[in-house]
Design a protein around this ligand. Structure first.
Ligand SMILES: Cc1cc2nc3c(=O)[nH]c(=O)nc-3n(C[C@H](O)[C@H](O)[C@H](O)COP(=O)(O)OP(=O)(O)OC[C@H]3O[C@@H](n4cnc5c(N)ncnc54)[C@H](O)[C@@H]3O)c2cc1C
Length: 406
Protein backbone atom coordinates (compact mmCIF):
# COMPACT_ATOMS: atom_id res chain seq x y z
CA UNK A 1 0.00 0.00 0.00
CA UNK A 2 1.28 3.45 -0.93
CA UNK A 3 2.47 5.52 2.00
CA UNK A 4 2.02 9.22 1.26
CA UNK A 5 4.28 11.84 2.78
CA UNK A 6 1.11 13.74 3.64
CA UNK A 7 -2.53 12.75 3.75
CA UNK A 8 -4.92 15.70 3.88
CA UNK A 9 -8.44 15.03 5.15
CA UNK A 10 -10.77 17.71 3.77
CA UNK A 11 -10.37 19.65 0.53
CA UNK A 12 -11.29 23.18 1.57
CA UNK A 13 -8.92 26.12 1.21
CA UNK A 14 -6.85 24.98 4.23
CA UNK A 15 -6.35 21.47 2.86
CA UNK A 16 -5.84 22.60 -0.74
CA UNK A 17 -3.13 25.11 0.19
CA UNK A 18 -1.40 22.62 2.48
CA UNK A 19 -1.44 20.05 -0.34
CA UNK A 20 -0.07 22.52 -2.90
CA UNK A 21 2.78 23.72 -0.73
CA UNK A 22 3.68 20.20 0.46
CA UNK A 23 3.72 18.97 -3.14
CA UNK A 24 5.96 21.90 -4.07
CA UNK A 25 8.45 20.41 -1.56
CA UNK A 26 8.35 17.25 -3.66
CA UNK A 27 6.26 15.40 -1.13
CA UNK A 28 3.69 12.84 -2.22
CA UNK A 29 0.27 14.12 -1.17
CA UNK A 30 -3.29 12.80 -1.16
CA UNK A 31 -6.43 14.80 -0.44
CA UNK A 32 -9.32 12.72 0.88
CA UNK A 33 -12.62 14.55 0.35
CA UNK A 34 -16.07 13.30 1.23
CA UNK A 35 -18.05 15.34 -1.31
CA UNK A 36 -18.01 14.73 -5.06
CA UNK A 37 -15.56 17.60 -5.49
CA UNK A 38 -13.21 19.64 -3.34
CA UNK A 39 -13.80 23.31 -2.46
CA UNK A 40 -17.61 23.35 -2.16
CA UNK A 41 -17.43 26.20 0.34
CA UNK A 42 -15.17 28.23 -1.94
CA UNK A 43 -18.01 28.07 -4.47
CA UNK A 44 -20.53 29.64 -2.07
CA UNK A 45 -18.05 32.13 -0.57
CA UNK A 46 -18.93 35.77 -1.06
CA UNK A 47 -22.25 34.76 -2.63
CA UNK A 48 -20.42 32.87 -5.37
CA UNK A 49 -17.95 35.71 -5.98
CA UNK A 50 -15.29 34.58 -3.48
CA UNK A 51 -14.04 37.32 -1.24
CA UNK A 52 -10.65 35.73 -0.91
CA UNK A 53 -8.86 38.17 1.38
CA UNK A 54 -8.82 41.78 2.55
CA UNK A 55 -6.59 44.77 2.00
CA UNK A 56 -4.87 46.50 4.90
CA UNK A 57 -1.66 45.73 6.71
CA UNK A 58 -1.11 42.45 8.45
CA UNK A 59 -1.71 44.11 11.86
CA UNK A 60 -5.24 44.94 10.73
CA UNK A 61 -5.83 41.20 10.34
CA UNK A 62 -4.92 40.19 13.89
CA UNK A 63 -7.94 42.03 15.31
CA UNK A 64 -10.35 40.29 13.00
CA UNK A 65 -10.48 36.94 14.78
CA UNK A 66 -12.12 37.85 18.09
CA UNK A 67 -9.82 36.97 20.97
CA UNK A 68 -7.87 34.39 18.96
CA UNK A 69 -5.98 36.51 16.44
CA UNK A 70 -2.71 35.98 18.33
CA UNK A 71 -2.70 32.29 17.47
CA UNK A 72 -2.64 33.21 13.78
CA UNK A 73 0.38 35.52 13.92
CA UNK A 74 2.89 32.99 12.63
CA UNK A 75 0.56 31.68 9.94
CA UNK A 76 -0.35 35.14 8.67
CA UNK A 77 3.23 36.46 8.76
CA UNK A 78 4.40 33.35 6.97
CA UNK A 79 1.74 33.68 4.25
CA UNK A 80 0.41 37.21 4.02
CA UNK A 81 -2.56 38.49 2.01
CA UNK A 82 -0.13 39.71 -0.65
CA UNK A 83 1.34 36.19 -0.95
CA UNK A 84 -2.14 34.78 -1.55
CA UNK A 85 -2.94 37.47 -4.10
CA UNK A 86 0.40 36.89 -5.89
CA UNK A 87 -0.26 33.16 -5.95
CA UNK A 88 -3.61 33.61 -7.67
CA UNK A 89 -2.59 36.47 -9.99
CA UNK A 90 0.61 34.76 -11.13
CA UNK A 91 -1.61 31.92 -12.35
CA UNK A 92 -3.61 34.27 -14.53
CA UNK A 93 -6.57 35.36 -12.39
CA UNK A 94 -6.42 39.08 -11.63
CA UNK A 95 -7.82 40.30 -8.33
CA UNK A 96 -9.65 43.52 -7.52
CA UNK A 97 -10.22 45.45 -4.31
CA UNK A 98 -13.68 46.81 -3.71
CA UNK A 99 -14.33 50.05 -1.82
CA UNK A 100 -14.81 48.30 1.50
CA UNK A 101 -11.35 46.70 1.23
CA UNK A 102 -12.63 43.25 0.29
CA UNK A 103 -10.58 41.48 -2.38
CA UNK A 104 -12.30 39.40 -5.08
CA UNK A 105 -11.27 37.90 -8.41
CA UNK A 106 -11.84 40.44 -11.19
CA UNK A 107 -14.25 38.00 -12.80
CA UNK A 108 -16.24 37.88 -9.51
CA UNK A 109 -16.56 34.11 -9.92
CA UNK A 110 -15.70 31.60 -7.21
CA UNK A 111 -15.53 28.90 -9.88
CA UNK A 112 -12.52 30.65 -11.43
CA UNK A 113 -10.69 30.49 -8.10
CA UNK A 114 -11.54 26.84 -7.56
CA UNK A 115 -10.63 25.81 -11.12
CA UNK A 116 -7.27 27.53 -10.76
CA UNK A 117 -6.59 25.61 -7.53
CA UNK A 118 -7.67 22.28 -9.03
CA UNK A 119 -5.35 22.87 -12.02
CA UNK A 120 -2.49 23.59 -9.66
CA UNK A 121 -3.14 20.41 -7.68
CA UNK A 122 -3.20 18.40 -10.91
CA UNK A 123 0.03 20.03 -12.10
CA UNK A 124 1.70 19.07 -8.85
CA UNK A 125 0.33 15.53 -9.10
CA UNK A 126 -1.61 15.61 -5.87
CA UNK A 127 -3.91 12.59 -5.69
CA UNK A 128 -7.50 13.64 -5.00
CA UNK A 129 -9.95 11.04 -3.71
CA UNK A 130 -13.52 12.36 -3.75
CA UNK A 131 -16.70 10.73 -2.39
CA UNK A 132 -14.46 9.42 0.38
CA UNK A 133 -15.63 10.22 3.87
CA UNK A 134 -12.96 9.62 6.48
CA UNK A 135 -14.48 7.89 9.51
CA UNK A 136 -11.42 7.14 11.63
CA UNK A 137 -7.70 7.76 11.89
CA UNK A 138 -4.93 6.36 14.06
CA UNK A 139 -1.15 6.28 14.24
CA UNK A 140 0.51 2.89 14.25
CA UNK A 141 4.26 2.30 14.06
CA UNK A 142 4.92 5.90 12.96
CA UNK A 143 2.37 5.68 10.12
CA UNK A 144 -1.07 7.26 10.11
CA UNK A 145 -3.88 4.99 8.93
CA UNK A 146 -6.85 6.95 7.65
CA UNK A 147 -9.99 4.98 7.02
CA UNK A 148 -13.09 5.59 4.95
CA UNK A 149 -15.88 3.01 4.91
CA UNK A 150 -14.12 0.93 2.26
CA UNK A 151 -10.53 2.15 1.96
CA UNK A 152 -7.46 2.79 4.09
CA UNK A 153 -4.92 5.50 3.28
CA UNK A 154 -1.46 5.63 4.83
CA UNK A 155 0.60 8.72 5.52
CA UNK A 156 3.80 9.70 7.27
CA UNK A 157 2.00 12.92 8.18
CA UNK A 158 -1.69 13.70 8.54
CA UNK A 159 -3.42 17.06 8.20
CA UNK A 160 -7.01 17.33 9.38
CA UNK A 161 -8.71 20.26 7.66
CA UNK A 162 -12.36 19.26 7.65
CA UNK A 163 -13.77 22.73 8.38
CA UNK A 164 -16.33 23.61 11.04
CA UNK A 165 -20.05 22.80 11.20
CA UNK A 166 -21.62 25.64 9.28
CA UNK A 167 -23.28 25.14 5.89
CA UNK A 168 -23.18 21.34 6.36
CA UNK A 169 -24.38 20.84 2.77
CA UNK A 170 -20.87 21.89 1.67
CA UNK A 171 -19.38 18.93 3.57
CA UNK A 172 -18.37 20.53 6.85
CA UNK A 173 -20.47 18.72 9.41
CA UNK A 174 -18.05 18.59 12.32
CA UNK A 175 -16.47 15.22 11.40
CA UNK A 176 -13.01 16.58 12.15
CA UNK A 177 -13.85 17.04 15.82
CA UNK A 178 -14.39 13.28 16.15
CA UNK A 179 -11.11 12.58 14.34
CA UNK A 180 -9.25 15.06 16.57
CA UNK A 181 -10.75 13.41 19.67
CA UNK A 182 -9.42 10.05 18.47
CA UNK A 183 -5.95 11.53 18.95
CA UNK A 184 -6.83 12.92 22.40
CA UNK A 185 -7.49 16.52 21.35
CA UNK A 186 -9.98 18.66 23.27
CA UNK A 187 -12.80 20.49 21.48
CA UNK A 188 -14.20 23.88 22.47
CA UNK A 189 -17.97 23.63 22.01
CA UNK A 190 -18.74 24.54 18.37
CA UNK A 191 -21.21 27.44 17.98
CA UNK A 192 -22.62 29.26 14.97
CA UNK A 193 -20.64 32.45 14.18
CA UNK A 194 -21.01 35.07 11.47
CA UNK A 195 -24.73 34.80 11.83
CA UNK A 196 -27.83 36.91 12.20
CA UNK A 197 -29.57 37.15 15.54
CA UNK A 198 -33.20 36.56 16.56
CA UNK A 199 -34.59 38.59 19.45
CA UNK A 200 -37.70 38.32 21.63
CA UNK A 201 -40.71 40.36 20.48
CA UNK A 202 -38.92 41.74 17.43
CA UNK A 203 -41.06 44.70 16.44
CA UNK A 204 -39.45 45.76 13.15
CA UNK A 205 -40.60 43.07 10.70
CA UNK A 206 -42.20 45.75 8.52
CA UNK A 207 -39.01 47.83 8.42
CA UNK A 208 -36.97 45.19 6.57
CA UNK A 209 -34.06 46.75 4.68
CA UNK A 210 -33.47 49.74 6.95
CA UNK A 211 -29.84 49.97 8.00
CA UNK A 212 -27.80 52.08 10.39
CA UNK A 213 -24.17 52.97 9.76
CA UNK A 214 -21.48 52.16 12.30
CA UNK A 215 -23.61 52.08 15.42
CA UNK A 216 -22.50 51.08 18.92
CA UNK A 217 -23.65 47.61 20.05
CA UNK A 218 -23.14 46.58 23.67
CA UNK A 219 -23.37 42.95 24.82
CA UNK A 220 -24.63 42.17 28.33
CA UNK A 221 -24.94 38.83 30.10
CA UNK A 222 -26.66 38.63 33.48
CA UNK A 223 -26.52 42.43 33.83
CA UNK A 224 -22.78 42.52 33.21
CA UNK A 225 -21.31 44.23 30.17
CA UNK A 226 -19.12 41.77 28.29
CA UNK A 227 -18.12 43.59 25.14
CA UNK A 228 -18.81 46.49 22.85
CA UNK A 229 -18.59 46.60 19.07
CA UNK A 230 -19.20 49.15 16.31
CA UNK A 231 -20.63 48.27 12.93
CA UNK A 232 -23.52 48.54 10.49
CA UNK A 233 -26.85 47.06 11.62
CA UNK A 234 -29.56 45.92 9.25
CA UNK A 235 -33.18 45.30 10.23
CA UNK A 236 -34.60 42.32 8.35
CA UNK A 237 -38.16 40.99 8.30
CA UNK A 238 -37.27 38.45 11.01
CA UNK A 239 -34.16 39.54 12.85
CA UNK A 240 -31.09 41.74 13.29
CA UNK A 241 -28.36 41.46 10.70
CA UNK A 242 -25.64 43.53 8.99
CA UNK A 243 -21.85 43.26 9.43
CA UNK A 244 -21.99 44.86 12.91
CA UNK A 245 -24.20 42.04 14.21
CA UNK A 246 -22.71 39.24 12.12
CA UNK A 247 -19.08 39.95 13.05
CA UNK A 248 -20.01 40.35 16.74
CA UNK A 249 -22.17 37.19 16.86
CA UNK A 250 -19.28 34.89 17.85
CA UNK A 251 -19.73 36.18 21.41
CA UNK A 252 -23.54 35.92 21.63
CA UNK A 253 -25.60 33.41 23.59
CA UNK A 254 -29.32 32.88 23.92
CA UNK A 255 -30.61 35.12 26.73
CA UNK A 256 -27.93 37.80 26.27
CA UNK A 257 -29.01 41.42 25.93
CA UNK A 258 -27.84 43.75 23.18
CA UNK A 259 -28.10 47.51 23.61
CA UNK A 260 -27.90 49.37 20.31
CA UNK A 261 -27.29 53.09 20.04
CA UNK A 262 -28.90 54.02 16.73
CA UNK A 263 -27.88 57.67 16.71
CA UNK A 264 -24.29 57.82 17.94
CA UNK A 265 -25.01 60.19 20.85
CA UNK A 266 -25.32 59.10 24.46
CA UNK A 267 -28.64 59.13 26.29
CA UNK A 268 -27.66 61.97 28.67
CA UNK A 269 -26.48 64.20 25.80
CA UNK A 270 -29.67 63.75 23.78
CA UNK A 271 -31.76 64.26 26.90
CA UNK A 272 -30.03 67.56 27.67
CA UNK A 273 -30.31 68.72 24.07
CA UNK A 274 -34.02 67.98 24.09
CA UNK A 275 -34.63 69.76 27.38
CA UNK A 276 -32.65 72.79 26.18
CA UNK A 277 -34.44 73.12 22.84
CA UNK A 278 -37.84 72.52 24.48
CA UNK A 279 -37.17 75.41 26.85
CA UNK A 280 -36.17 77.69 23.94
CA UNK A 281 -38.78 76.66 21.43
CA UNK A 282 -41.61 74.62 22.94
CA UNK A 283 -43.72 75.01 19.79
CA UNK A 284 -41.28 73.11 17.58
CA UNK A 285 -42.53 69.74 16.29
CA UNK A 286 -40.94 66.89 18.24
CA UNK A 287 -40.70 64.45 15.32
CA UNK A 288 -39.04 67.04 13.09
CA UNK A 289 -36.50 67.81 15.77
CA UNK A 290 -35.70 64.13 16.37
CA UNK A 291 -35.27 63.45 12.63
CA UNK A 292 -32.31 65.85 12.85
CA UNK A 293 -30.42 62.97 14.50
CA UNK A 294 -30.32 61.33 11.10
CA UNK A 295 -32.90 58.66 11.78
CA UNK A 296 -34.67 56.92 8.90
CA UNK A 297 -38.21 58.31 8.64
CA UNK A 298 -39.88 54.86 8.69
CA UNK A 299 -38.00 53.85 11.84
CA UNK A 300 -38.98 57.03 13.62
CA UNK A 301 -42.63 56.67 12.62
CA UNK A 302 -42.57 53.12 13.95
CA UNK A 303 -41.03 54.21 17.26
CA UNK A 304 -43.71 56.88 17.71
CA UNK A 305 -46.36 54.26 17.04
CA UNK A 306 -44.83 51.69 19.41
CA UNK A 307 -44.50 54.26 22.18
CA UNK A 308 -47.91 55.80 21.55
CA UNK A 309 -46.50 59.24 20.88
CA UNK A 310 -48.51 61.42 18.53
CA UNK A 311 -46.58 62.60 15.47
CA UNK A 312 -47.78 66.19 15.91
CA UNK A 313 -46.55 66.43 19.52
CA UNK A 314 -44.79 69.73 20.21
CA UNK A 315 -41.56 69.79 22.22
CA UNK A 316 -43.26 71.80 24.99
CA UNK A 317 -45.97 69.14 25.37
CA UNK A 318 -43.61 66.19 25.56
CA UNK A 319 -43.78 64.50 28.99
CA UNK A 320 -40.63 63.49 30.86
CA UNK A 321 -41.60 59.81 30.91
CA UNK A 322 -42.20 59.74 27.13
CA UNK A 323 -38.98 61.65 26.57
CA UNK A 324 -37.01 59.02 28.47
CA UNK A 325 -38.76 56.17 26.68
CA UNK A 326 -38.04 57.62 23.24
CA UNK A 327 -34.43 58.54 23.96
CA UNK A 328 -33.89 55.12 25.44
CA UNK A 329 -35.04 53.43 22.24
CA UNK A 330 -32.79 55.66 20.18
CA UNK A 331 -29.61 55.49 22.23
CA UNK A 332 -29.89 52.25 24.20
CA UNK A 333 -32.44 50.05 22.47
CA UNK A 334 -32.69 46.76 24.34
CA UNK A 335 -32.91 43.48 22.42
CA UNK A 336 -32.95 40.13 24.23
CA UNK A 337 -31.50 37.33 22.14
CA UNK A 338 -33.90 34.41 21.67
CA UNK A 339 -31.54 32.48 19.41
CA UNK A 340 -28.72 32.76 16.92
CA UNK A 341 -29.03 31.72 13.33
CA UNK A 342 -28.29 27.96 13.20
CA UNK A 343 -25.45 26.18 11.45
CA UNK A 344 -27.42 26.21 8.18
CA UNK A 345 -27.36 30.00 8.22
CA UNK A 346 -24.04 30.78 9.95
CA UNK A 347 -21.10 31.51 7.69
CA UNK A 348 -18.54 30.29 10.22
CA UNK A 349 -18.13 28.16 13.34
CA UNK A 350 -16.78 29.47 16.60
CA UNK A 351 -15.18 26.86 18.86
CA UNK A 352 -13.48 23.73 17.56
CA UNK A 353 -10.15 22.01 18.15
CA UNK A 354 -8.62 23.67 21.20
CA UNK A 355 -5.71 25.96 20.37
CA UNK A 356 -3.93 24.98 23.58
CA UNK A 357 -2.87 21.64 22.10
CA UNK A 358 -1.71 22.92 18.70
CA UNK A 359 1.66 24.58 18.08
CA UNK A 360 0.91 27.93 16.45
CA UNK A 361 4.41 28.07 14.93
CA UNK A 362 3.91 24.87 12.95
CA UNK A 363 0.20 23.90 13.19
CA UNK A 364 1.40 20.52 14.50
CA UNK A 365 -0.40 18.77 17.34
CA UNK A 366 1.38 19.04 20.67
CA UNK A 367 0.08 15.55 21.47
CA UNK A 368 0.90 13.53 18.35
CA UNK A 369 3.97 14.05 16.19
CA UNK A 370 3.19 14.36 12.49
CA UNK A 371 -0.46 15.30 13.07
CA UNK A 372 -1.41 18.77 11.85
CA UNK A 373 -4.57 20.89 11.91
CA UNK A 374 -5.55 23.85 9.74
CA UNK A 375 -8.59 25.97 8.97
CA UNK A 376 -11.98 26.50 10.48
CA UNK A 377 -11.87 23.18 12.32
CA UNK A 378 -9.71 24.97 14.87
CA UNK A 379 -11.16 27.26 17.52
CA UNK A 380 -10.75 30.28 15.23
CA UNK A 381 -13.28 32.27 13.24
CA UNK A 382 -12.76 35.53 11.41
CA UNK A 383 -14.94 38.53 10.59
CA UNK A 384 -16.65 38.86 7.25
CA UNK A 385 -14.43 40.39 4.57
CA UNK A 386 -12.10 37.62 3.38
CA UNK A 387 -10.50 36.94 6.77
CA UNK A 388 -11.60 33.30 6.96
CA UNK A 389 -10.30 32.12 3.61
CA UNK A 390 -7.03 33.98 4.18
CA UNK A 391 -6.66 32.35 7.61
CA UNK A 392 -7.41 28.87 6.22
CA UNK A 393 -4.87 29.28 3.40
CA UNK A 394 -2.21 30.73 5.72
CA UNK A 395 -2.64 27.89 8.22
CA UNK A 396 -2.48 25.31 5.44
CA UNK A 397 0.73 26.79 4.04
CA UNK A 398 2.34 26.99 7.49
CA UNK A 399 1.50 23.34 8.15
CA UNK A 400 3.03 22.35 4.80
CA UNK A 401 6.16 24.40 5.46
CA UNK A 402 6.57 22.74 8.86
CA UNK A 403 6.22 19.15 7.64
CA UNK A 404 9.17 16.93 8.39
CA UNK A 405 9.99 13.57 6.88
CA UNK A 406 11.66 11.25 9.34
C1 LIG B 1 -22.13 31.08 2.73
C2 LIG B 1 -20.68 31.30 3.10
C3 LIG B 1 -19.99 32.35 2.54
C4 LIG B 1 -18.67 32.58 2.91
N1 LIG B 1 -18.00 33.60 2.29
C5 LIG B 1 -16.71 33.82 2.62
C6 LIG B 1 -15.96 34.81 1.95
O1 LIG B 1 -16.44 35.43 0.98
N2 LIG B 1 -14.69 35.03 2.36
C7 LIG B 1 -14.11 34.31 3.39
O2 LIG B 1 -12.97 34.57 3.74
N3 LIG B 1 -14.78 33.34 4.00
C8 LIG B 1 -16.05 33.06 3.64
N4 LIG B 1 -16.73 32.04 4.25
C9 LIG B 1 -16.01 31.19 5.23
C10 LIG B 1 -14.98 30.30 4.52
O3 LIG B 1 -15.55 29.77 3.35
C11 LIG B 1 -14.51 29.18 5.44
O4 LIG B 1 -14.04 29.74 6.65
C12 LIG B 1 -13.40 28.38 4.78
O5 LIG B 1 -13.87 27.74 3.63
C13 LIG B 1 -12.84 27.33 5.76
O6 LIG B 1 -11.91 26.58 5.06
P1 LIG B 1 -11.49 25.12 5.57
O7 LIG B 1 -10.54 24.61 4.55
O8 LIG B 1 -11.05 25.19 6.97
O9 LIG B 1 -12.83 24.27 5.59
P2 LIG B 1 -13.97 24.02 4.48
O10 LIG B 1 -13.90 25.01 3.40
O11 LIG B 1 -15.22 23.89 5.25
O12 LIG B 1 -13.55 22.62 3.87
C14 LIG B 1 -13.60 21.44 4.62
C15 LIG B 1 -13.64 20.27 3.66
O13 LIG B 1 -13.51 19.07 4.41
C16 LIG B 1 -14.39 18.10 3.86
N5 LIG B 1 -14.68 17.10 4.89
C17 LIG B 1 -15.38 17.27 6.03
N6 LIG B 1 -15.44 16.14 6.74
C18 LIG B 1 -14.79 15.19 6.00
C19 LIG B 1 -14.53 13.82 6.18
N7 LIG B 1 -14.97 13.14 7.24
N8 LIG B 1 -13.83 13.15 5.24
C20 LIG B 1 -13.39 13.81 4.12
N9 LIG B 1 -13.62 15.10 3.89
C21 LIG B 1 -14.30 15.80 4.83
C22 LIG B 1 -15.60 18.93 3.46
O14 LIG B 1 -16.42 18.25 2.52
C23 LIG B 1 -14.95 20.17 2.90
O15 LIG B 1 -14.67 20.03 1.53
C24 LIG B 1 -18.04 31.76 3.88
C25 LIG B 1 -18.74 30.70 4.43
C26 LIG B 1 -20.05 30.45 4.05
C27 LIG B 1 -20.78 29.29 4.65
Amino acid sequence: MKIYDLVVVGGGPAGIFAAIYAAKKNMSVAIIEKKNNIGKKILVAGSGKCNITHQGGINYFFNRYGDHGKFLKNALYNYKPENLIDFIESRGLKMQTLENGKIFPETMKSTDVLNLLINELKKLRVDIFTNSKVVSAEKESEIFKIKTDNQTFCGKNLLISTGGKSYPATGSEGDGYKLARMFGHGIEVPRPALTTVYVHDYPYADLSGISFRNVKIELYREDRKLKEHHGDVLLTHTNLSGPGIIDFSRYFMKGDTLYINFIGKELEVVSEELIEISAKNGKQNLKKFISGYNIPERFLKKLFKLLNIKEDTKLGEFSKSDRLLLINRLTRHEFIISRLGNFDEAMATAGGVSLKEVNQKTMESKLVQGLYFAGELLDIDGDTGGFNIQAACSMGVLAAKSLKLN
